[in-house]
Design a protein around this ligand. Structure first.
Ligand code: SF4
Length: 286
């Protein structure tokens, strides 16, 4: 994507949503960290449903340790992988209580050393809780960045690094939320809403072929990445791939809110669906 177009792209995001927010509910950096750990392979909606009651009782590591693993499991049993997530949350709470006085460290290495915390979780916490201009590349950001030609790459880490270079500094703090929400509600995996997309004129992606189109708007085409998902995961092995499920509940809710328009021809959607499972398995999704 040309530099001038990148500037236009983010100016439009900023005009539409000057202070975007994520959809995970939290009270403080500790509850944000817990919520993000719980959100791996789960929807924000399902996490919020479980944490509302939990966070009313527990908002710091010491309180989590007092609650204990068994009771924590009961609170989060509606969330996938709740057994291993409960173990990790208790272990990370022990470390926070013992080594950090109950505070969440602001340092990436210290965060990534916590059980259940990989690069993406650390990026989310650094961005939301501590105002660092990090970009946590999840399945939505990976797809949007590749389709737009904003940051092409075959892995989340490659896209993250490319985004760090491409996104103008003035927009970097909010880029994470703008791109994730755009991917969740407009540039959806199977049927991107190109006809109602406010950056349509800047985007080279052709929903009919699932590839970048050199003919479209004269956009410069970089080396093509896979626009719907990465080739393999970065980060820790425990930040497991999001399985090739269909749309999440929040995707569907967002699409309903957006009016349910259908834009992508069936052939493009089918081709994307055939490619999706292998790629999605590889995407770290904490
Ligand atoms: S034009 Fe289509 S493919 Fe491009 S960003 Fe918008 S929704 Fe996504």
């Amino acid at each position: 994507m040309k530099i001038a177009d990148i500037e236009k792209l983010f100016a439009r995001f900023a005009a539409r949503s000057p202070a975007p927010r994520g959809e995970l509910e939290y009270i403080n950096p500790y509850t944000l960290l817990v919520a993000v750990v719980l959100s791996a392979q789960a929807t924000d909606k399902s996490v919020n449903k479980a944490t509302r009651e939990l966070f009313a009782k527990v908002d710091r590591p010491q309180a989590m340790l007092a609650l204990g693993e068994t009771a924590l499991r009961r609170h989060i049993q509606t969330i996938g992988l709740y057994n291993s997530k409960a173990k990790n949350i208790i272990r990370l709470s022990e470390i926070l209580a013992r080594q950090y006085g109950g505070k969440v460290p602001t340092d990436r290495d210290a965060l990534e050393a916590l059980p259940g915390v990989g690069r993406k979780t650390a990026n989310v916490v650094l961005n939301i809780a501590f105002g660092e201009p990090t970009i946590a590349v999840d399945t939505h950001i990976f797809r949007v960045a590749n389709r737009l030609g904003l940051a092409r790459g075959k892995t989340p880490l490659a896209v993250e690094k490319a985004l760090e270079k491409a996104v103008p500094e003035a927009y970097r703090l909010h880029a994470h939320h703008w791109l994730i929400l755009h991917g969740r509600y407009i540039c959806t995996a199977r049927k991107p809403r190109c006809q109602e997309c406010f950056v349509h004129d800047l985007c080279p992606y052709d929903p009919e072929t699932g590839a970048a189109s050199a003919a479209r708007n004269g956009a410069r085409i970089g080396k093509p990445g896979k626009a719907n998902g990465p080739a393999k995961a970065d980060g820790k092995a425990r930040e497991k791939a999001k399985p090739g499920r269909g749309k999440s509940a929040s995707d569907k809710a967002g699409e309903r809110r957006a009016g349910g328009a259908k834009t992508g021809p069936a052939s493009g959607a089918k081709a994307a669906a055939r490619r999706k499972p292998a790629r999605d398995k590889a995407l770290a999704s904490d």
